[in-house]
Design a protein around this ligand. Structure first.
Ligand code: 28G
Length: 637
């Protein structure tokens, strides 16, 4: 039974009630992302305890009843009584912002939404059960219905071990979904394990009877090997670390036989997807050091210009992980994904300069291989620039006339880019129907003939020579590769419209690979969509009812009774009106927005699926036969 509330406990409940009234202010959202945020909060605390030197193993368990348990073997949360008559444990779970901040915790995340603490989890849970082992006792406390204490702190028995165990059941009255996603969890936890190179992180999936364990004593080196598993690399990962004025800098880099540059930066374990001062510092330190080295070795002569950053980083994968004390933390941008801390630039730059120069001098073979690759990149870029200039002189065609030249694009009439849509349509016949039925004011149609080039291992030069991709680049009008600028896009939505069969899926993947490699920001800023044509039409009288999957077909049959069922094998089988009604009309269609939930997971998946090592691809398909579109994409209208 609940205790009677005294004045202070009413105040506390008001605090937790505030979290329930505006959950978004504390955990960002009440969708799947917000749900997992609860787990990250509890996990963060367990990780802090381990990083402070207490405990070496953390377990996350998904229970069959839909609850989730986190276990650490640290010191155990404090259980002593406060002067207020409450236990420290109760305070941690019922007072906002208490218990979330550790005084020693250099790893405490202040970036974005992390660090709001166990009380927020309590407020948003149907129940929370806490067990603490310390001082040879097993303590237990339980809260229900958004943080109401069920009984005072009790002692269950004696023990010799220490640690904390927290089980919570997210409240379905708060969250739009309360199902944890195992892939989201393992990806997040594996990433933290790579970055921490400390505790062993275990995930037990009791719903599917599976267990995963992540422990990487080699930290960033292991992370890099994982990311580049499918690439032909030029050398082993290079890793270095140094702490300057309280900022702990950890860096790994590795060159591969590819053209893309990939940089993954983290601050206090949180991804800084929009970069910031640490990335700027890395880039300038890296470019400068490579140039200094090349000159000192006579690889760059006096008359030669310095290598440019873009050429230096061709084929380079970098991981930057900084631990910054809370008082120096500054984040910028709308999603707080950009590090502001000015000091981080100089600190990162000087760590890179010092350690990289040392590495190059100690590893002459690797250093020469790297410089030769950069020289090749410089020459290729120069040649491409010259060729382009020649072409421009010869033809003098601007963006617009090039587009007309391509002939295939049926552009929209309006010049209000924020309302325009570009449909990339599989095949000329569907393209023809789409041109007929579209809203020509706002919708542009570009039919694609046959398969699109696989760009996973193509250079920007190959891409520009490819007619199909070149047309897409010019239609979108914002450049590609290093020159891509999302501010210049001609369309608000780029919509991939293919048949609902394996060929269509293949074309989708090829286009997404192209966007991921050459216009990543286009995806990151939410401009890429996939159209979903129906699989069936049920005709009854004058009406046609459309079904987008088998379940829906059954539902429709149940509802309307007998009718003629038509199976659409492709877009081409629909007439222009049907195509408009089912797939293109903004009022009735369903578009799937493509998102990059986790960039590192995505990076690896794209290189595994689209790269050169067929064996990895087979393994991946074997492991992921239950892969569904819905899990990776978010549905919008
Ligand atoms: C299992 C799921 C999540 C935690 C600890 C351990 C201590 C602690 C946690 O202290 C901050 C410290 C004292 C007021 C600290 C234990 C010092 C001595 C701790 C966790 C502020 C809270 N003994 N383990 N919090 N106190 N594990 N796992 O949350 O001064 S939270």
């Amino acid at each position: 039974m609940s205790e009677r509330y005294d004045a202070t406990s009413i105040k506390i409940l008001e605090g937790l009630e505030a979290v329930r009234v505006r959950p978004g202010m504390y955990i960002g959202s009440v969708d799947s992302r917000g749900l997992h945020h609860l787990l990250w909060e509890i996990l963060d605390n367990a990780i802090d305890e381990a990083m402070n030197g207490y405990g070496k193993e953390i377990t996350v368990r998904l229970n069959q009843d839909g609850s989730c348990t986190v276990i650490d073997n640290g010191r155990g949360m404090p259980c002593d009584m406060h002067s207020s008559g409450k236990s420290a444990l109760e305070v941690i779970f019922t007072v906002l912002h208490a218990g979330g901040k550790f005084e020693e915790g250099a790893y405490k995340t202040a970036g974005g939404l992390h660090g709001v603490g166990a009380s927020v989890v309590n407020a948003l849970s149907e129940w929370v059960d806490v067990e603490v082992c310390r001082d040879h006792k097993r303590y237990h406390i339980r809260f229900e219905d958004g943080g109401k204490k069920v009984h005072p702190l009790e002692i269950l028995g004696t023990t010799n071990r220490t640690g904390s165990k927290v089980t919570f059941k997210p409240d379905p009255k708060i969250f739009s979904t309360t199902t944890f996603n195992i892939e989201t969890i393992t990806t997040h936890i594996q990433q933290e394990a790579f970055l921490l190179s400390g505790p062993r992180l275990i995930v037990k999936d009791d719903i599917n009877g599976k267990e995963y364990s992540y422990e990487y004593p080699e930290g960033l080196k292991a992370f890099m090997e994982y990311l580049n598993e499918d690439k032909d690399t030029l050398h082993d990962p290079v890793v270095f670390s140094k702490t300057i004025s309280g900022i702990d800098v950890n860096i790994a880099f590795q060159f591969a036989d590819t053209y893309q540059e990939n940089m993954f930066s983290f601050v206090n374990l949180v991804r800084t997807k929009d970069g910031g001062s640490h990335e700027v510092g890395f880039k300038s330190g890296f470019t400068k050091t490579i140039n200094d080295y090349a000159r000192s070795e006579g690889l760059l002569k006096e008359k030669d210009k310095n290598f440019e950053g873009n050429d230096v980083r061709e084929g380079l994968t970098t991981i930057i992980s900084l631990a910054i004390p809370e008082d120096k933390l500054q984040f910028e941008g709308q999603t707080k994904g950009k590090l502001g801390t000015p000091e981080a630039k100089n600190v990162t730059e000087s760590v890179v300069s010092e350690k990289l120069m040392y590495f190059l001098k100690e590893n002459k073979d690797i250093a020469y291989t790297i410089v030769k690759k950069i020289q090749k990149a410089t020459i290729a870029r120069e040649a491409a620039r010259k060729a382009k200039e020649e072409a421009r002189k010869g033809k003098k065609n601007d963006k617009k006339s090039e587009r007309v030249l391509s002939g295939k694009l049926a552009d929209a009439q309006s010049r209000d880019h924020s309302k325009l849509e570009l449909f990339l349509v599989e095949g000329d016949s569907a393209g023809g129907s789409a041109k007929k039925c579209r809203d020509s004011k706002y919708q542009a149609i570009l039919p694609l003939r046959g398969k699109v080039l696989n760009t996973e291992r193509a250079s920007i030069d190959d891409v520009e020579k490819n007619e199909e991709l070149n047309t897409i680049i010019h239609a979108i009008g914002a450049g590609a590769g290093a020159n891509f600028n999302v501010a210049d896009i001609n369309y608000d939505k780029v919509i991939i419209m293919t048949d609902a069969d394996t060929d269509g899926a293949h074309i989708q993947v090829l286009l997404l690979t192209f966007f991921y490699r050459y216009m990543r920001e286009l995806i990151e800023t939410g401009h890429v969509y996939i159209a979903t044509p129906p699989l069936y039409g049920v005709i009854k009288g004058k009406e046609t009812y459309y079904a987008y999957d088998d379940d829906e077909l059954e539902r429709i049959k149940d509802e309307i009774g007998k009718g003629e069922v038509k199976r659409y094998k492709g877009l081409g089988e629909m007439n222009a009106d049907e195509l408009w009604d089912t797939t293109m009309d903004p009022h009735s269609r369903t578009l799937v927005q493509v998102t990059l939930e986790d960039a590192t997971a995505c990076e690896r998946r794209v290189s595994v699926l689209m790269g050169s090592k067929a064996e990895l691809r087979r393994d991946w398909i074997d492991e992921n036969i239950d892969f569904t579109l819905e899990e990776d994409y978010q549905v919008t209208n």
